[in-house]
Design a protein around this ligand. Structure first.
Ligand SMILES: [Zn+2]
Ligand SMILES: [Zn+2]
Length: 148
């Protein structure tokens, strides 16, 4: 396979994936909107430890984006790079758009669709979930999981 590599806008932070990413999807939650300044973010998962920072580790910032997770970004240019949530310590979720070749990994679903901005209506036929996906693998969102 061709290596999956990526980085931030200014080039300070560069990363490489050591295994195939999975569970690519859109998140429309309010935290993603504010974190990106955009209507939604597209994430995919990779095994924790398999996103290797090859350059610029000292430029990574950290924000506690919710009571159960944090996000990492480039402190030089602000690009949101990846996030971790406490309930899935075995994976991290990275911003697909930060890949050098983002077209290689297409989202397969929408989560937190209930929080979407109405003028940002997707033109695809992908499954749309109001919050998390029913199976626990979809916890890329940043709001507390439903207790029910
Ligand atoms: Zn940067
Ligand atoms: Zn989100």
């Amino acid at each position: 396979m061709t290596d999956w590599t990526g980085g931030c806008l200014c080039g300070a932070v560069r990363y490489r994936l050591l295994s195939e990413p999975f569970d690519a999807g859109w998140c429309h939650c309010r935290t993603c909107q504010l974190n990106s300044g955009s209507p939604a973010m597209a994430f995919a998962s990779v095994k924790a430890g398999d996103l290797k920072i090859e350059q610029g580790a000292d430029a990574l910032g950290r924000v506690e984006s919710s009571s159960f997770g944090h996000r990492r970004f480039c402190t030089q240019c602000g690009t949101p790079l990846y996030m971790s949530v406490n309930h899935q310590p075995e994976t991290i979720d990275f911003s697909i758009a930060t890949l050098d070749e983002p077209a290689r990994l297409a989202p397969g679903f929408h989560i937190f669709y209930a929080s979407r901005i109405p003028w940002a209506e997707p033109g695809d036929a992908l499954p749309r979930h109001d919050r998390f996906r029913p199976d626990t693998r979809g916890l890329e969102g940043t709001e507390p999981p439903d207790a029910t």
